[in-house]
Design a protein around this ligand. Structure first.
Ligand code: NAD
Ligand code: LMR
Length: 331
């Protein structure tokens, strides 16, 4: 007997990431080839006409796994019975801005969305926040939905992991598939720490394969931290296809068992791991058990350089939390 359809909500569905994401979800790349999906697509009123066009295109693909589409500007309808809510809808930054500059513009979107998720979603709901600044937007939504357990909330740092893996693979002259346990610590921002020191290349410590420490501590980190800005500078628009790809990778990484010696990068609600303040939505290396459970990878050690980087990104997230408290978005 086929699996029952799973409801998946995508907000900002008529935007650029939405356009790269929906067709992949409907073709089975998010939840697998055995799971039909009902897409619940949220947009603001002015974008509903564009969303109609996207729905027509989804129809025209005749995806066998697409069991229904609900396009709406109503939060309650968008989150009804949803098991995966992908919160993309929000304003992207422009050249010259940092992602944190969006907090006052976008933060207000995530309070009512958190409340609507708590009210309407399925009991197994999981939420991935993509809209920037994604860590703190996720914190806002989560704190406004106390009924939904804190371990169901995720913010996207996987794009940074993918970027970092490619930089290491190119430097070492190997395939990206050879790079493992590459964790993004902290914020999806220019303070993030792509932790080369605990990563491996073809099973060996990265620092044994790439001995150019100045590059690892310098250009490698800044390239990853500033990649989003470099794309905006080049394209005039923020990353979309790679962001949608990372959203799929995040959900697949959380659904499937993590291979031994590997981890996946996701920002989760800190329970104080590695001395991080509790409650921050903090990027960690995560290990998934393949049955919906996950934990922060334990036992990693950091030298003074890494500790200093992690302290800086922690400090930024603490500051963002203070800011949204000041805006009345969380208590
Ligand atoms: P976009 O402007 O192309 O699309 C955003 C869509 O969201 C628009 O269609 C808009 O109408 C809709 N929207 C705005 N307010 C909404 C609301 N309250 N409810 C529902 N929909 C709403 O932007 P995009 O390029 O798709 O990027 C979306 C967000 O994702 C941005 O904040 C961007 O910075 C972020 N992003 C994050 C990552 C990451 O790695 N975490 C990567 C890339 C982009
Ligand atoms: C990215 O990393 O590409 C996105 O977060 C978009 C941005 O503003 O950098």
């Amino acid at each position: 007997m086929p699996n029952a359809p799973v409801h998946v909500t995508v907000t900002g569905a008529a935007g650029q990431i939405g356009y790269q994401l929906l067709f992949r979800i409907a073709s089975g790349q998010l939840l697998g080839a055995d799971t039909p999906v009902v897409l619940r697509l949220l947009e603001i009123e002015p974008a509903m006409k564009a969303l109609e066009g996207v729905v027509m295109e989804l129809d025209d693909c005749a995806f066998p796994l697409l069991a229904g589409i609900e396009a709406t500007s109503d939060l309650d309808v968008a989150f009804t019975n949803t098991s995966w809510a992908l919160l993309v809808g929000s304003i992207p930054r422009k050249a010259g801005m940092e992602r944190g500059d969006l907090l006052s513009v976008n933060g207000g979107i995530f309070k009512p969305q958190g409340q609507a998720i708590a009210k309407n979603a399925a009991s197994d709901v999981r939420v991935l926040v993509v809209g920037n600044p994604c860590n703190t937007n996720c914190l806002i939504a989560r704190e406004n939905a106390p009924e939904v357990p804190a371990d169901r909330w995720f913010a996207m740092t996987r794009l940074d992991e993918n970027r970092a893996k490619t930089q290491l693979a190119k430097k070492a002259g190997v395939s990206v598939a050879d790079v493992a346990q590459l964790a993004i610590w902290g914020n999806h921002s220019a303070t993030q720490f792509p932790d080369f020191s605990n990563s491996t290349i073809a099973g060996k410590p990265t620092t044994e394969v790439i001995t150019d420490t100045a590059w690892l501590e310098g250009d490698f980190i800044t390239t990853v931290q500033k990649r989003g800005a470099a794309i905006i500078e080049a394209r005039g628009l923020s990353s979309a296809a790679s962001a949608a790809n990372a959203a799929i990778d995040t959900v697949v990484g959380l659904r499937t068992k993590t291979a031994p010696g590997d981890s996946v990068s996701v920002a989760v609600a800190s329970r104080g791991e590695y001395g991080t303040p509790e409650g921050l939505q903090f990027g960690f290396p995560i290990v998934a058990d393949g049955e919906g459970g996950w934990s922060v990878l334990e036992g990693l050690s950091h030298d003074e350089f890494a500790k200093d980087r992690i302290a800086k990104t922690t400090e930024e997230l603490v500051g963002e939390r203070e800011d949204v408290r000041g805006l009345g978005l969380v208590s």
